[in-house]
Design a protein around this ligand. Structure first.
Ligand code: NAP
Ligand code: F7E
Length: 343
């Protein structure tokens, strides 16, 4: 019999790649969708005919219990979050609720539908749980590269909320014997990346400038360093983590770091332009507290999961530019951006 997976955050970048991957593996896939007319649901169901949906919101405990009860999944992938770090300063309470307390809510829903008591040592239940933790938890890094035991020093309300989600996942594993793991994932991108994130903002900006539809590109801290990989590779690691004999947390990244300036140089070169002629620094885009540098040590994932990235940084930026470029007329470009924003 095929396994059944429930994915929260199905309409996001990672949700779409993970759903495709699990469908390819023969899973029955359900996506949790919030709101009464979520605009991104229609686009997804057009792309993946076999996908099913269930209503629910990370802010609503009852809806999560009902969703789990209805779907009866073997595996739950909790990808739902407000994932844009700057929003976590302007809407700190909401981000803490969704990205932090939301994790507790879905773990509670799993505990409840699995019939696990809080009053005695429980033995686990059948549902396996994946939490989308983040390299933002390392923040002001204590050492480099970062591995599973590197101490946390989050620099944003987003990173603080993700740290809560990480520790509450571990606590439910230790308290109730749940098969619950965290993937500590470093930045991963794709042509489906939201336009607000720096890689896609740059690839789209370079293409728009090349096409004469934009004059300048405003950016913030171009010295920031990140370990960027391809989202399609990273969702495979999520699935691998839930197939292990023991539940363990893993760092997922490439082990290579680049600057925002490197992204700009490669993206503009790909369309035959020099980034220095078009990029303008906007101090308003610099964050209240920055994460200056991140670099993963994925040795544990390589050794225990056999996971390895397949797309280099240069190939990733080229892939994103090619995708943005493939929509050449103004109308197509506009339509493409609408679709991209609707992912
Ligand atoms: P994304 O594209 O921003 O997608 C976020 C998803 O969360 C969307 O499907 C959104 O649904 C959903 N969501 C937001 N608030 C919700 C709520 N209250 N209830 C239910 N769903 C809600 O993010 P992503 O890049 O795919 O990342 C997936 C997960 O990995 C996130 O948890 C992110 O924090 C984490 N992460 C990402 C990276 C990365 O580099 N991409 C790295 C480390 C960790 P709507 O359509 O309803 O808005
Ligand atoms: O910023 C700098 C910015 O917004 C990367 C999320 O998926 O990965 C992502 O978080 C860097 C930062 O991603 C602009 O200051 C410069 O240093 O693309 P980003 P992020 O904040 O690293 C982690 C792992 C997650 O978990 C998150 O969910 O780029 N930067 N100029 C800029 N960033 C943006 N967005 N826009 C700029 O104009």
């Amino acid at each position: 019999m095929s396994k059944r997976a429930l994915i929260t955050g199905i309409t996001g970048q990672d949700g779409s790649y993970l759903a495709e991957h699990l469908l390819d593996l023969g899973y029955e896939v359900y996506g949790l969708v919030r709101g009464q007319a979520n605009p991104r649901k229609g686009r997804l169901s057009q792309l993946m005919k076999d996908l099913s949906f269930v209503g629910g919101d990370m802010m609503d405990q009852g809806s999560l219990v009902a969703a789990l009860d209805a779907v009866q999944p073997d595996e739950v992938y909790n990808l739902a979050a407000i994932s844009f770090v700057p929003l976590s300063w302007s809407q700190a309470e909401l981000v803490s609720e969704i990205n932090g307390t939301g994790v507790l809510r879905i773990l509670e829903a799993i505990r409840i539908v699995s019939g696990l008591s809080t009053s005695r040592t429980a033995t686990g239940g059948q549902i396996r749980f994946y939490q989308a933790s983040s390299s933002e938890m390392f923040g002001e890094v204590a050492e480099s590269p970062q591995h599973e035991a590197t101490p946390f020093h989050p620099r944003s309300p987003y990173g603080v909320a993700k740290s809560f989600g990480h520790f509450i996942t571990r606590n439910y594993r230790e308290s109730y014997g749940l098969y619950a793991v965290s993937g500590m994932l470093f930045n991963h991108e794709s042509p489906r990346r939201g336009l607000e994130f720096v890689t896609r903002k740059i690839t789209c900006g370079a293409v728009n400038i090349k096409l004469g539809q934009q004059e300048k590109l405003l950016l913030g801290n171009m010295a920031a360093q990140r370990d960027w990989g391809y989202a399609g590779d990273y969702v495979q690691a999520m699935h691998m983590m839930l197939q292990q004999p023991e539940p363990r947390d893993y760092v997922i990244g490439t082990g290579r770091t680049h600057t925002v300036e490197d992204v700009a140089r490669i993206a503009f070169e790909a369309v035959g332009l020099d980034w220095r002629d078009y990029v303008v620094i906007d101090p308003g885009l610099v964050r209240p507290a920055e994460v200056d540098t991140l670099c993963a040590n994925p040795a544990k994932a390589q050794a225990e999961l056999g996971w390895r990235p397949t797309v280099s940084f240069e190939e990733l930026i080229q892939m994103m530019v090619d995708s943005d470029l493939s929509h050449t007329t103004k109308e197509q470009q506009y339509g493409h951006l609408q679709l991209a924003a609707a992912w």
